[in-house]
Design a binder for this molecule. Structure first.
Ligand code: ADP
Ligand code: MG
Length: 312
């Protein structure tokens, strides 16, 4: 009886542990869901329509207008775009109008907090402008979000790396049986990071480890660039993609970015001006507005603020 009693005690304690874990899991899930349902609708829903926290966000996805091509062929145009974050008195982007011709390299620069990232999110259709429009070849991107998102690749400052194979990290989000290895290699090649995996015994199966631990900062950014390139997007957006790197690595990654342009439209946000000297047009952004636009030398001649940023 004593022996059986001991075994029952052990089993009961395991049972208590399991219940404890279930309870904690439920708590965590409840917290997560409540955070999502409060934050996401406010950030994602349209202007002034916040009818409480239970509102659902639904992407609008109309068929493209007659004769429109699904890939950018003329220009991206921002018309009087304005956006304020919920509970913020100040507009993060206030009345920005600019044009980005297809195939050009356009840079946004300016002091931190000036509204560059918000402008990029609006341009990518990840935030919806409270007034004004973003047009791709004349069609409003907010009405055709799948078509718009399908042609954009984005690299941020600290991209997420899953503790999985490089194959899965590049073709991010695709089930393994739908991944095209040739396309993964192509993307790695263009991003100048293929060599590491060619010489790695596991090849594309090499596991990146927790948060990209196998890679140096520069390699990690280049894997993120390969991810942005995998679907061969027409538009690439780099938001301070090289800001966290040391100058030598930054130069290498910037060189990789310059090489991969091809016919693509590149929009680069940069704090350090060295990376955008060769841009076709630079827009200086502050207080949610475009203060000046032009080539590097033109801005140096035009704008005190730009000279200050350039350290002159
Ligand atoms: P930049 O990229 O030029 O540094 P941001 O677009 O990130 O500037 O920020 C513009 C303004 O919007 C800043 O005043 C910033 O504090 C504010 N802001 C940015 N993100 C959020 C957010 N998620 N919620 C509220 N305010 C934000
Ligand atoms: Mg930013």
């Amino acid at each position: 009886l004593g022996f059986a009693g001991l075994r029952v005690t052990a089993a009961a304690s395991r049972l208590t542990d399991a219940f404890q874990q279930m309870r904690q899991g439920t708590d965590a899930r409840r917290r997560l869901m409540s955070a999502v349902s409060t934050a996401a609708p406010q950030l994602l829903s349209g202007s002034g329509e916040q009818t409480g926290t239970r509102e659902t966000y639904r992407a609008v996805d109309l068929p493209l207008p007659e004769g429109a091509t699904p890939t950018l062929s003329r220009e991206i145009r921002l018309e009087h775009v304005a956006f304020a974050y919920p509970d913020s008195a100040r507009q993060a982007v206030a009345d920005v109008s600019l044009e980005i011709p297809s195939g050009k390299f356009v840079a946004l620069c300016g002091p931190s907090g000036g509204g560059k990232s918000t402008l990029a999110l609006l341009l990518m259709g990840l935030l919806r402008a409270q007034s004004g429009r973003v047009l791709c070849d004349g069609w409003d991107v907010q009405n055709h979000l799948s078509a718009w998102h399908g042609q954009i690749g984005h690299v941020g400052q600290a991209p997420f790396m899953a503790p999985r194979s490089v194959r899965e990290n590049v073709a991010f989000g695709l089930p393994s049986d739908q991944i095209d290895d040739a396309a993964v290699w192509r993307a790695l090649e263009t991003a100048a990071v293929a060599d590491i995996f060619r010489s790695h015994p596991a090849g594309l199966d090499a596991v990146l480890g927790e948060d990209g631990a196998l890679l140096s900062g520069g390699q990690r950014q280049r894997v993120a660039i390969a991810r942005a390139l995998y679907h061969d997007p027409a538009v690439l957006v780099f938001d301070e993609a090289t800001a966290a790197l040391d100058t030598v690595t930054e130069r290498e990654v910037s060189a990789a970015i310059a090489r991969l342009r091809g016919g693509r439209t590149v929009i680069a946000i940069a704090h350090r001006l060295t990376t955008i000297e060769t841009a076709d047009t630079i827009h200086l952004i502050d207080h949610g507005r475009v203060l000046a636009s032009g080539k590097y030398e033109e801005l140096l001649a035009q704008s005190d603020k730009f000279r200050e940023m350039a350290g002159l």
